[in-house]
Ligand binder design. Structure first.
Ligand code: IMP
Length: 424
């Protein structure tokens, strides 16, 4: 059985908690895109873990985790996380890294920073080198994990070729002179190679065999569908495809195996970084959501922008992914509100109202959200684990979202503990 889990908003939908909750039914958890730009916070008891690369299912001792070919890997971060986890749980034969995954090199991170600093239209990236690493992959200048195991001369030549134009730009366009030389980067890679080697394999073969042996495999999306490089709010997006289809190319398992797709959406919506956000609340309600939901980036610590649930955007995402059902998270964050608004349409500049997500950020930036306002429940839902125990208005809210998105909300999370989940 294969399941794919992904965010339907601008990331930070609470995927790590969902995956950690579901991981008990799975033998493998796989990451297939993105890199250390993701930040997963998982609570086990009162212990907090933050991972950027390694799938969150690792804390479940029976689960094996795979960083597949579609991910761009910061090797220092990978080793740091491996060391953190090994002090907590046995990792022997439980972590697999694709030899076809691309390496985020020091010049990718430098370039990410340089571009963000210089541009008058910064994206607000996580500065983890993600965009430049994917650009090199597409430009056929990437260094892959497998390249650590070719001859040293060939590896050094690849680094030199990839670095040539970047060095020119650093010196002559960005005025950056403090960067590692080809020899230094080569030496660093050789140093880390032995630490990486035990984890490296043809993960597509591993996963194909696991699938054939009827193992249960969970694909974990990073970021969110509105940050997808094709379907998101381009150019204010990340540099990978974050939607379900990316799981095929990012792992090497055939598309026909991916029928079960669960979309994750928060009971409200947040965004970090720049870009249009129609339902953003810049008032005290936004502040309340940020505080109650602890909406600060796990990777960068940045405060997240908060707003009302956007049913237009979420329906768009649900359809692009072909989700079967929805996992709604952080319902309890709304507990104290008198009333709650849900965006059901967008009013365009000329006055016309639309119910679909526009294709350009220029249009999205100008739309005015059309809201349906519902009564809040003003009761604690925190930690409730049975649907019948929810306040009537909370049930009404969930059922309204279901109608607007057009998909069943099968799970609702009401707290940070792994089992604070209602299954309907
Ligand atoms: P990048 O992925 O670092 O290039 O950043 C591009 C955009 O994606 C920025 O707006 C980031 O804030 C956003 N982004 C990247 N990763 C995440 C994530 O895991 N959660 C939320 N936003 C993210």
């Amino acid at each position: 059985m294969i399941y794919t889990i992904l965010g339907l908003q601008w990331g930070d939908e609470g995927k790590a908690k969902v995956i950690d909750y579901l991981a008990k039914d799975f033998d493998y958890v796989v990451r297939f895109q993105g890199g250390a730009n993701a930040g997963h916070t998982v609570w086990v008891g009162n212990k907090k873990f933050v991972f950027h690369l390694i799938p969150s299912g690792i804390l479940n001792k029976l689960v094996k985790v795979v960083i597949a070919n579609g991910v761009v890997v910061d090797l220092d971060e990978f080793i740091k996380e491996v060391e953190l986890i090994s002090s907590e749980t046995n990792i022997k034969d439980r972590i697999f890294l694709s030899n076809k995954a691309h390496i985020v090199m020091p010049y990718h991170k430098l370039m990410d920073k340089a571009r963000e600093n210089k541009s008058s239209k910064a994206i607000g990236t996580t500065l983890r080198g993600i965009g430049p690493a994917y650009a090199d992959k597409a430009d056929r200048l990437g260094i892959r994990i497998a390249d650590l195991f070719i001859s040293p001369e060939e590896l050094k030549e690849k680094i030199a070729r990839a670095f040539e134009v970047k060095e020119f730009l650093f010196r002559n366009y960005y005025n950056i002179y403090d960067y590692p030389s080809v020899n230094q980067m080569f030496d660093e890679l050789l140093k880390i190679k032995d630490k990486i080697e035990p984890f490296v394999s043809d993960t597509e073969r591993l996963l194909q065999k696991a699938h054939k042996d009827r193992k249960n495999i969970l694909f974990e999306g990073a970021q969110g569908s509105l940050l997808d490089v094709d379907f998101g709010t381009y150019p204010f997006v990340t540099s990978s495809n974050t939607i379900a289809a990316s799981a095929f190319t990012g792992s090497g398992i055939g598309a026909s195996s991916f029928a079960n797709i669960i979309g994750i959406a928060k009971a409200y919506i947040t965004r970090v970084g720049e870009g249009p956000f129609p339902t953003e609340l810049k008032d005290e309600t936004g502040e309340l959501l940020r505080k109650a939901g602890n909406e600060f980036g796990a990777t960068t610590g940045r405060p997240r922008r908060c707003g009302w649930f956007d049913a237009v955007a979420t329906r768009y995402s649900a359809n692009i992914n072909g989700v079967m059902e929805i996992f709604l998270t952080k319902l309890d964050v709304l507990d104290s509100l008198e009333s709650i608004s849900v965006c059901t349409g967008y009013k365009l500049d000329g006055g016309k109202t639309i119910d679909y997500f526009p294709s350009t950020v220029e249009t999205i930036a100008k739309v005015k959200p059309v809201y349906t306002k519902v009564e809040g429940w003003k009761e604690k839902t925190f930690g409730i684990r049975e649907y019948n125990k929810l306040p009537v208005n909370a049930k009404k809210y969930i059922e309204l979202l279901e109608i607007l998105i057009g998909k069943k909300i099968s799970y609702i999370s009401t707290g940070y503990e792994r089992d604070d989940v209602i299954v309907r």
